[in-house]
Design a protein around this ligand. Structure first.
Ligand SMILES: Nc1nc2c(c(=O)[nH]1)N[C@H]1C(S)=C(S)[C@@H](COP(=O)(O)OP(=O)(O)OC[C@H]3O[C@@H](n4cnc5c(=O)[nH]c(N)nc54)[C@H](O)[C@@H]3O)O[C@H]1N2
Ligand SMILES: Nc1nc2c(c(=O)[nH]1)N[C@H]1C(S)=C(S)[C@@H](COP(=O)(O)OP(=O)(O)OC[C@H]3O[C@@H](n4cnc5c(=O)[nH]c(N)nc54)[C@H](O)[C@@H]3O)O[C@H]1N2
Ligand code: SF4
Ligand SMILES: [Mo]
Length: 726
């Protein structure tokens, strides 16, 4: 690989999480990288977290694959790109011909959205397979947000973002931005932004079953029984209507369904939900009044509420609460970004507005959303025989064995596939089952523009990151791999192959990600279009601003930006209103009482970890083990447990063994284990991670415990028995 010859300075954005912090990288003459926060980045203002330094560790990691490999009985064998592509295309075509189009499944993991080449080119490849068995990390993550945006605002990407820098009241449910650095809310240095809310006289209140790192920055933290947020939200809305506090303001002219909401929440007075949620009814009333009375307020909920049994209803009610208190599309409330590269300005075919339940999965009949099925059903679709059974699997940038519920079952399922190919640079717990692995370039070897996270940012900004290192001739970017596979899958026969080759070359030369980005910027909201004299935005102008460009605070944009057919906000979409019946039946009429001796398991994130895949960086995993179970002293005393002791955690689907940390941070009756660990499985090649293996929480989370409306995994609130190991 060619690299810089002497010390040199580079600016780019860190693409590891959603915060897109500006970084300054000094490449030393000996190739060592010094990575610091870029103080001149107008958005991140110099902030970085400890993970940024690991960008270098990833790049230089000796376990990172740099050429395609084939799994053989004697281990992994290096092969050439052409041979690898041929073998993949032949196998996929063979299986397609033998078992039908749905016999091939795909899974896109989280880093796909942090990689604009993958994001822009994966859809084309997936379309070329003509399968309905498409999966992604969305259904273990933010599906609920997309569903409610689609049903309420008419487009799955019309996602309201807290106007963090101007709000005077922030109500957070089930998010820990002080550690996660914000999600569905791109806000680099979020801790400082939270402090600033309080410094300007505002208030931050957190609802969480754990007293988290974010709780330390808040005015108040309230424990809630996992999985019951939906009742809290219904009760807050009840108070808003009951006490005449609702005000739509300018939204009244284009909002439907206010009456339906008023009726719906009438049945949920705080007194009725208090004992189930664990939150006192006076406290709920006070919270509703304060929220409604605040000069500006925004309710924001994330993984803790998105991945529970009523996740979709929760995300919808959060939008409703913001709307009926006059805080939607209003400064300091929940606003919409207007990004420079705007998927909403693109034709429907390129950025679909969404779809719901057009078809259902074969075995469990779970609904599609925007062409994808919920990943909780992937293993059973592989294991259940019959027409339409999955026989081949393509993964890109994912590790579903560690990141989806009942991971052991998926592990077994993947082992029995006829063919699997992975686009990934690590041999991890999932990719180890692949027959062929196609490794892309490292993130420092490619240019980057955050297509996804500029759309979710708390300010309108734009930043282009040039490649730091020149990749060598032998490597391929994700998008090049995807284009190659797509064109090989599309064409058959001599002429077909020839045509495919021509198309491939054409795309690579003239329509790569940079060209698409330039066109998107030109025809986007700040764009110069094709006017050569315009001073407006083009890729060239963006490249001249290495620290990024600030395009100003969020601006009101409704009803103009709505994509519903009648250009109105649908406050009460039928499927969501209907799902409240399930809330009543499940939570109100049969409240989840304490099951004798069982505890409710929830997840957590750690600052020096990133889902399942950064545990091979020594600097991030060193020190005390991160994969522990947190438990309240009362629960520990009942089980005669002492600090550091190893415990066995059991659920319907499996067990894990982890050390216990006893802490009053936890709500009594609730325990927490972080996800993404469990690197002790045979056959992976992650030397450092294996020495810090931990265990996978998803060996105990249940693939049958889901949000029945949309099929998202309900990770939070798994009943488990916890006992000392003997
Ligand atoms: N350092 C680090 N940063 C990350 C990641 C990482 O792995 N490490 N992952 C990235 C990804 S992919 C994502 S999606 C984001 C997620 O970003 P966040 O949503 O902020 O993630 P978490 O830190 O898991 O916070 C979830 C919170 O929900 C709480 N919770 C659990 N169950 C319930 C419940 O039933 N009700 C309520 N009210 N709260 C509950 C948990 O205690 C926890 O504090 O983070 C991103 N950033
Ligand atoms: N119990 C529980 N489970 C959870 C969660 C939880 O809170 N609790 N959170 C869920 C959430 S929010 C998420 S997003 C998922 C994440 O789950 P996944 O997306 O399935 O897994 P990751 O751990 O992000 O795995 C990323 C893989 O992508 C590879 N990779 C990294 N960069 C690139 C790249 O540029 N190109 C390619 N081709 N590959 C790359 C890495 O090597 C790694 O193998 O986990 C989910 N699982
Ligand atoms: S907060 Fe996220 S984007 Fe910022 S440095 Fe850390 S990992 Fe990178
Ligand atoms: Mo995520």
């Amino acid at each position: 690989m060619r690299t810089a010859d002497k010390a040199s300075l580079h600016y780019r954005a860190c693409n590891l999480c959603e915060a897109i912090c500006g970084i300054e990288i000094t490449v030393q003459a000996d190739q060592r990288l010094d990575i610091r926060g870029d103080k001149d980045d107008p958005f991140s203002r110099g902030y970085i977290c400890p993970k940024a330094a690991a960008l270098g560790d990833l790049h230089y990691d000796k376990d990172r694959l740099k050429h395609p490999v084939r799994r053989t009985t004697n281990g992994w064998q290096r092969i050439g790109w052409d041979e690898a592509f041929d073998e993949v295309a032949q196998n996929l075509k063979r299986i397609h011909a033998k078992y039908g189009r749905n016999s091939i499944a795909t899974y896109l993991g989280n880093p796909t959205v942090h990689n604009y080449g993958s994001l822009l080119f994966a859809p084309g490849f997936i379309r070329s397979l003509h399968t309905r068995n498409r999966f992604s990390a969305t259904s273990v993550d933010q599906l609920a947000h997309h569903l409610s945006a689609y049903l309420m605002f008419g487009h799955q990407l019309l996602l309201p973002v807290p106007d963090l820098d101007r709000t005077t009241f922030l109500l957070i449910l089930g998010a820990n931005p002080a550690v996660s650095n914000g999600s569905m809310m791109t806000a680099p240095g979020v801790g400082q932004r939270l402090k600033e809310i309080r410094q300007r006289g505002g208030k931050v209140i957190l609802i969480d079953p754990r007293f988290t790192e974010t709780a330390r920055l808040a005015d108040q933290q309230v424990f809630i029984k996992p999985g019951t947020d939906v009742l809290l939200l219904l009760a807050l809305l009840h108070v808003v209507f009951d006490e005449g506090l609702s005000r739509l303001g300018p939204l009244a002219a284009f909002t439907k369904g206010l009456e339906n909401i008023a009726q719906l929440v009438a049945e949920f007075p705080p007194e009725r939900v208090a004992s189930i949620t664990g939150i006192n009814s006076d406290q709920i009333r006070l919270l509703a009044r304060e929220f409604a009375a605040a000069e500006s307020a925004v309710c924001y909920g994330r993984i803790g509420v998105s991945t529970q049994e009523f996740g979709a209803v929760c995300q919808w009610l959060i939008n409703v609460l913001n709307t009926v208190t006059g805080n939607l599309d209003s400064p300091g409330g929940a606003m919409f970004t207007l990004p420079a590269f705007d998927p909403l300005s693109a034709p429907e075919g390129l950025a679909p507005s969404g779809s719901f339940a057009r078809w259902h999965s074969r075995v469990r009949k779970l609904p599609e959303f925007s062409g994808e099925l919920p990943v909780v059903t992937l293993a059973e679709e592989i294991l259940t025989e019959g027409p339409g059974q999955i026989k081949a699997f393509v993964t890109s940038a994912g590790n579903p064995v560690l990141s989806t519920p009942n991971g052991r079952q998926l592990d077994r399922a993947l082992a029995g596939l006829e063919f699997m190919v992975a686009i990934d640079f690590y041999i991890n717990e999932s990719t180890k089952h692949a027959h062929i692995i196609l490794p892309p370039t490292s993130s420092l070897e490619r240019e980057h523009y955050d297509v996804a996270f500029h759309l979710l940012a708390v300010r309108n900004t734009a930043k282009f990151s040039p490649a730091l290192f020149q990749p060598d001739e032998e490597s391929r970017h994700d998008w090049e791999i995807l284009v190659e596979l797509q064109t090989r899958m599309e064409r058959e026969g001599l002429f077909g192959n020839l045509f495919g080759r021509v198309k491939r070359e054409f795309i690579k030369r003239f329509f790569g990600p940079e060209r698409i980005l330039d066109l998107g910027l030109r025809f986007g909201p700040y764009g110069a279009r094709l006017n050569p004299f315009s001073r407006s935005l083009t890729l060239r102008k963006l490249k001249q601003a290495p620290h990024g460009i600030d395009l100003g605070p969020l601006r009101s944009c409704l009803p103009g930006r709505l994509r519903t057919a009648d250009k109105r906000i649908e406050l009460a979409p039928e499927v969501l209103v209907e799902d409240v019946k399930r809330v009543k039946a499940k939570l109100l009429d049969n409240p989840p009482l304490n099951r004798n001796g069982y505890l409710l398991l929830i997840g957590r994130r750690r600052l020096r970890s990133n889902n399942s895949w950064m545990h091979n960086s020594q600097r991030l995993v060193k020190g005390k083990p991160q994969c522990t179970i947190l438990m309240h002293p009362l629960d520990a005393a009942q089980r005669h447990l002492s600090r550091g002791q190893t415990v066995l955690v059991r659920s319907r689907v499996g067990t894990v063994t982890v050390p216990v940390e006893i802490t009053e941070e936890m709500m009594p009756g609730v325990v927490s284990i972080p996800h993404g660990w469990g690197h002790d499985r045979l056959g992976i090649q992650l030397e450092v991670a294996q020495q810090h293996a931990g265990e996978s929480i998803n060996d105990v989370t249940d693939d049958l415990t889901i949000d029945a409306l949309c099929g998202t995994a309900a990770f939070n609130g798994t009943w488990v028995a916890v006992d000392a190991t003997n």
